[in-house]
Design a protein around this ligand. Structure first.
Ligand SMILES: NC(=O)c1ccc[n+]([C@@H]2O[C@H](COP(=O)([O-])OP(=O)(O)OC[C@H]3O[C@@H](n4cnc5c(N)ncnc54)[C@H](OP(=O)(O)O)[C@@H]3O)[C@@H](O)[C@H]2O)c1
Length: 247
């Protein structure tokens, strides 16, 4: 049973309450929400994947965040590690979304500079919607041609994939509610570009040890970016935090 520590309330947090707590702000501007899970010792993976860190409450929050998003954005490293094949939301979520005028399935966008993605992988062949591949104009031409058969391949930058250009592209496509599910290189890059509006971080009550990364890697911004806690939920010793950028 999920309960709320911030804002304090007694009793169970049901799905309707989760929808209210995690509602995107009412804006047509791109809004960037990241969702991550980490072990209590800071590890973002165990055995090379994040899946082993989650409990039932995390899975519920994870599903609600997808349900509320216009687009699920993910780095190529995470697609290569975790697959991301098939539906990202279940039939109930698709009906819920359609009843509210949203596309039944959120859009799916993957960031890749190298275009080192297999067009025959089930990420593409089982995709419920045609994926977007966000790259730069310096990406290899041959790989671009091959991937263009299974995805919309879009340049967001010249020498590198540029975070503000990604947001502009998603905004142009009418996908302002962005849910970025990582991985650490993408959060690090978006932090460096100062385009992160929100971090939903689940803290799993385990010591994972090992050599797994933190949830953000890469260049530091000039100054750490301040956050404010907007909600804190708990179930079975796990914590589900929602931090928004302090303005
Ligand atoms: N704990 C969690 O919640 C969580 C969430 C997600 C992932 N993970 C884990 O994180 C690991 C993968 O993370 P990762 O850091 O290697 O990969 P990642 O952040 O998912 O993807 C990095 C890749 O994105 C592409 N990219 C292109 N331009 C970029 C830019 N400007 N900034 C950042 N990325 C850019 C590059 O792809 P190309 O190489 O194709 O150019 C780069 O290699 C996996 O083990 C996964 O399980 C954990």
């Amino acid at each position: 049973m999920i309960t709320a520590l911030v804002p304090a309330s007694s009793g169970e947090i049901d799905d309707d309450a989760l929808h209210r707590i995690y509602a995107y702000p009412a804006t047509s501007e791109p809004y960037v929400r990241f969702n991550f899970i980490a072990a209590a010792d800071g590890a973002a993976t165990t055995g090379g994947l994040s899946a082993g860190l989650g409990n039932d409450g995390d899975k519920r929050v994870f599903a609600v965040l997808r349900r509320l998003a216009d687009v699920v954005l993910v780095g190529a490293g995470t697609v290569r590690a975790e697959g991301y094949a098939g539906d990202l939301v279940d039939a109930d979520a698709r009906s819920w979304r359609a009843a509210r005028g949203a596309a039944a399935h959120p859009a799916i966008a993957v960031i890749s500079g190298s275009l080192d993605l297999d067009p025959a992988s089930d990420f593409f062949t089982d995709a419920p919607v045609r994926p977007l591949v966000l790259t730069s104009s310096s990406a290899p031409a041959g790989k671009r041609t091959v991937l263009a058969a299974v995805a919309d391949v879009v340049d967001c930058g010249t020498d590198r994939v540029d975070a503000p250009a990604i947001l502009a592209e998603l905004g142009r496509r009418g996908l302002p509610k962005i849910l970025c599910e990582g991985g650490p290189a993408v959060l690090g890059d978006f932090t460096g570009s100062d385009v992160v509006d929100e971090l939903c971080l689940s803290i799993s009550p385990v010591l994972a040890g090992g050599a797994g990364p933190r949830i953000a890697v890469g260049e530091s911004p000039d100054e750490p970016i301040g956050l404010v806690l907007s909600s804190l939920l708990t179930e079975d010793s796990a914590l589900y935090t929602r931090y928004r950028r302090a303005h």
